[in-house]
Structures are given as C-alpha cells and as structure tokens.
Ligand binder design. Sequence first.
Ligand SMILES: *[C@@H]1O[C@H](CO)[C@@H](O)[C@H](O)[C@H]1NC(C)=O
Ligand SMILES: *[C@@H]1O[C@H](CO)[C@@H](O)[C@H](O)[C@H]1NC(C)=O
Length: 356
Amino acid sequence: MEPGSRRLPAAVPGCPRRWRRRWALLGALLGAALALSACLRELRRRGSAAERPEGELTVLLWWEPFGRPRRPADCRRRYNITGCRLSADRGRYGEARAVLFHHRDLALHGAQGLPRGPPPRPPRQLWVWMNFESPSHSPGLRGLAGLFNWTMSYRRDSDIFVPYGYLYASPSPRPFVPPRKSRLVAWVISNWNEEHARVRYYRQLKEHLPIDVYGARGMALLDGSVVKTVSAYKFYLAFENSQHTDYITEKLWRNAFAASAVPVVLGPRRANYERFIPADSFIHVDDFPSPRLLATYLKFLDKNKLSYRRYFAWRNKYEVHVTSFWDEHYCKVCEAVRTAGNQFKTVRNLASWFES
Ligand SMILES: *[C@@H]1O[C@H](CO)[C@@H](O)[C@H](O)[C@H]1NC(C)=O
Ligand SMILES: *[C@@H]1O[C@H](CO)[C@@H](O)[C@H](O)[C@H]1NC(C)=O
C-alpha cells in the first residue's frame, strides 16, 4: 500500500464521530511517518553513495591477527578517518589498495601463504608488513626481503608508526593529583622466562625490597584489571621482555602511566625512552649501578613525598593515550594510504632494519 493512501475506516454503526476523527488523525500521522522514513532512507542512500564514489579505498587484512576474526572498525566513527573500507575478505584482493600482513601469522603460514595470484599483484597495490613484537620474538624475518612496500610497527622509523601509546598536550591543563597509594612496588608478568633480563633483575631487586608479583606466577589481579590493581602502588616495574630500539610497550603506557604509578623501566636505553616521554617521568634501571642501589632509591622516594611527587610534574601538561589493538592500526593504514603520494617503494632488507 502506498504511504498516505490509507483510507478512513468505513463508518461503523455505533461508532461515535469523535472516534472516527481520531482514526483519521492517526491514519494521517502514520502516512506521514511512512513517507518521511522512505524519504530519509533515500537521502541516506544517496548521501553515502556520494561520500564514496571511486574515493573509498579498500584495505585488505590477509590474516586476522592470531587467527582471531573480529569486526573491522568504523574508522570514521572512531577516528574521523573517512573513505576507508577495511575487509578480511580475500575476494577483494584485486581491488585492495593496500594489503596488510601480520608478521606472527605470516611466520606461521610461511611465504607460500602470501597472495600469489591470479590475479597478479596490482602494480599500485601496497603490501604492508605489520608487527608489534620485538625482533627477539619475530621469527623468519630473513626470508622477507623485497616483498613489502611499507612497514608498520612500534619503531618510529616505520612507514606507519604506531606506538603502544603516546603523550599528548592536555586540552585543559590542571594540577594532577595522583591516586592514594597504599603499596610500594608491583609487577605483572605472564611470560616467565628465567633467561629474560627482566627476571634476572627482579630476582636481585627483591632481595632488597618487597615486590608484589601478579600474573601467571603471582597473585590474581583485582577484578582482572591491571590498571585498577597497579594504581594502589607507588612504582611499577615496566620491564620489557627483550631490549630493542623503540620497543616500549603497554607495560609502560597502560600498566604504569594509565595506572598513575611511577614506571621503573628495563628496556632500551634511557635516551631512547626520552624520545617519547619526559626525562623526569620514569626511573631507568641503568640509572643505578646495582639493583641494591635502585632499591635504596625507591625506599628513599617512599619516605620523601616531595621527591616522589616530582615524577608527576609532567602530568599537569600531558595526557596519556594507550593505543587500542587493532582498530587504531587498521585505520592508520587507511589514512596513510589516502595521504601517500604515488611514489614506489620496496622494503629491501626488512631483517637488518628491524633488528638494528
Ligand atoms: C574530522 O576531519 C575533518 C577533515 O579531516 C576536520 O575538518 C574535522 O574538524 C574533524 N572533526 C573532528 C570532530 O575532529
Ligand atoms: C611494491 O613492491 C613490489 C615488490 O618489490 C614492487 O614490484 C611494486 O612496484 C611496489 N609497489 C609500490 C606501489 O610501491
């Protein structure tokens, strides 16, 4: 039935006129509502068609990271990045402007798992190598020379740089008040390996200082929340699983900074951290000749409120962003592809770059 063509119900004997008028009114309203919704639908259809003429580009995810499918992000809604279609549908290979390869899955499937055609590799298509593990945990790099056009990783010199977190100028700077602290040092560790520098350092440090260990080998986290648990502590051991350029993970950004605990870091050198965060926002294990002297310093800060509070001075000006896996990554690729020029590039020696 056409909207608006609803007829009044026939006169019903015994039905007061007043009721008939109500029916008429209701019918008219219903008709108007139907017409309006059809009109809106049409407008929406035309609107979205206009927003993505040939402009919308497809970014294809060749493997879902760790084999876990998830719904791709709406980049416009989440990050105000328009004109992107993210897809894990390999049927779109031919139209994809960029194809994303997650290293862990690539290592698992081997190079024979890469697209081989037909159709052949489109000449303008960008293959993006994506990896957020450190070189120590990235097997099989050697066989990947000359395959990819771009890199995406936590390294600042990647074609698409996506750190685990970053600081940004606070839109409304105001004095920062740290949460109440009732405990001293926390450490959350899931992958316990006696050969890791972080476990060796921990074993020496705990001889001089009580450390609360959470995770696989330790206590359970409060409500399963790292941030909530750690926020009761003055210090957090942001110890990376391996030491490499720019490899600074959520252990710093989320576990320590987002929880407002002062990070004690073990990772790349201090100068490397200072490329990303203020010098007075963290304590580096290298600042001390021995774990014993670090323990002495932490105990000093525990008793000296003013000295401890200095580690929060930067928070009056900056706020912490913790990067969200994987939506932010995919949307960044799309944005990078949109804003890139037409120059050609091939990553010649992936391994020697990434391991440097
Ligand atoms: C979204 O991006 C557009 C263009 O890039 C910009 O003009 C606009 O201000 C942005 N909107 C928000 C809410 O950031
Ligand atoms: C991407 O790399 C491949 C392999 O080296 C190369 O053939 C192709 O021209 C490159 N494409 C772009 C757009 O850089």
